[in-house]
Design a protein around this ligand. Structure first.
Ligand code: FES
Length: 161
């Protein structure tokens, strides 16, 4: 499905600085990230200095300034998860997908990230997949998860044929 045009997202928001976060969320949802061009357009339209738009876009984890894959896998490598093997989960994801944290796979299907705490330390190692928490995750489960999400993509493609 084509993303909603930027003009249409900005409709009714001209000179409305109070709409900054909602506008950025809508663009993020439609395009998967906030390009430099989109930040400039938002700045002009809402009347918010570009520096402030950039400040908000780079402050919140919900926003990404680089393209993200369809599936975002976030591995917690904070202390509580680290001592239970979180690095092995991150290594599994990076090795299986051939990307480093912060990068997107060439097919646009996955981005992997790591963070310092996901707020569920007692249940570690913790991994989120598109925001959904997985607890006590092992490298084998990471492998299965990635395989399963890859299979879903292949099924979608076959249905499109
Ligand atoms: S350290 Fe991983 S959830 Fe807190």
């Amino acid at each position: 499905m084509q993303p909603q045009p930027l003009d249409s997202i900005l409709e009714g928001r001209r000179s409305r600085p109070d709409q900054l976060i909602e506008t950025l969320l809508d663009i993020q949802q439609q395009y998967g990230y906030l390009s430099e061009a989109s930040l400039r357009t938002v700045s002009d339209c809402l009347g918010v200095p570009l520096m402030d738009v950039y400040g908000v876009a780079s402050f919140y984890k919900a926003f990404s300034l680089t393209p993200r894959g369809k599936n975002v896998i976030t591995v917690c490598t904070g202390t509580a998860c680290h001592v239970r093997g979180a690095q092995l989960n991150l290594n599994q994801a990076a090795g299986q997908l051939g990307v480093q944290p912060g990068e997107m796979t060439r097919d646009g299907l996955f981005t992997i990230n790591h963070v310092n705490c996901l707020g569920a330390c007692a249940l570690g190692p913790v991994v989120t997949v598109n925001g959904s928490y997985q607890h006590h995750v092992t490298p084998g489960e990471v492998r299965k998860l990635i395989k399963s999400l890859s299979r879903d993509k292949m099924t979608e493609e076959n249905l499109d044929d």
